[in-house]
Design a protein around this ligand. Structure first.
Ligand code: SAM
Length: 257
């Protein structure tokens, strides 16, 4: 009998990448939220150096490039996302402000104290919130900022179904005060924390996936793994609709001490 896939981690990474290359964002977020997070960051100048770690196809990076001085280097593990990022930057006339390269967040190509701002929407979980904040800190100038989004619990307790789903998907999910304490311990002043509004999930993340799923299933009509991947993502969207009072993404903005 075929094995059931329970977690996104069970799927072929190439298939996941192709699926998410059909949509503008690979994680929850919105232009408004990127701009709101940016409003907590001061001291950026024309010479500012910014990194967007786990940039994906650059949905949020293009917004950053349009709303900050300085230059942004996007870094992502997947060449397909990096190619789409650079095509988007060209289309939007932003190549002098933003470009992406292939790289890994656990081996970043920066000098110590080179960066003014390290951005990462929906991606730090790949290395872990605590490890990412701790390891990335040395690349920031003193007084530089880190701004990341991270899956977080809103309540001290929650229903077993959603607790189990997240413990499988990302065991480091925790409450907002716990995450803030981790940020402080990693050597940052926690400057701001805010919950991403629901439309970051519904309108900007799940809704665009509906047409992507149609295209994907037309291309992979006979592929059982593709079918299961789509079912898995639909299940995730249903869980969000049911349990959105208990969890979501939170922006954590910290200043290097
Ligand atoms: N920041 C984008 C957004 O919000 O739309 C993408 C978020 S997506 C949920 C996570 C991203 O992290 C993917 O683009 C994935 O390729 C990238 N990623 C995964 N592991 C990585 C690693 N070790 N180093 C760099 N990027 C990685």
């Amino acid at each position: 009998m075929e094995q059931e896939n329970n977690s996104i981690h069970d799927f072929d990474i190439a298939l996941i990448c192709e699926y998410f290359s059909y949509v503008e964002r690979q994680g929850p977020g919105s232009p408004e939220v990127t701009i709101k997070a940016l409003s907590f960051i001061d001291n950026l100048t024309q010479n500012a150096k910014i990194a967007d770690i786990g940039c994906g196809t650059g949905g949020q990076t293009m917004v950053l490039a349009q709303n900050t001085p300085g230059t942004i280097l996007g870094i992502d593990l997947f060449p397909k996302f990096v190619d789409i990022f650079n095509q988007n930057a060209t289309k939007l006339g932003l190549t002098d402000k933003a470009k992406a390269i292939v790289g890994s967040m656990d081996n970043l190509p920066f000098q110590d104290e080179e960066l003014d701002l390290m951005w990462s929407e929906g991606a730090i979980y790949n290395i872990g919130f605590e490890r990412g904040l701790t390891e990335w800190r040395r690349f920031l100038k003193k007084g530089g900022y880190v701004a990341v989004t991270e899956a977080s619990w809103f309540t001290p307790e929650r229903p077993a179904e959603i607790e189990q789903f997240w413990l499988d998907a990302y065991p480091e999910i925790d409450t907002i005060p716990s995450k803030v304490a981790i940020m402080q311990k990693a050597g940052y002043i926690p400057v701001a924390t805010f919950i991403l509004p629901e439309n970051c999930w519904t309108e900007h993340f799940y809704a665009p996936q509906v047409s992507a799923q149609k295209l994907f299933m037309e291309k992979y009509a006979d592929n059982l793994n593709a079918k299961r991947l789509v079912e898995n993502l639909q299940h995730e969207a249903q869980l969000y609709a049911r349990y959105k009072d208990y969890y979501g993404y939170v922006f954590y903005i910290g200043k290097k001490m």
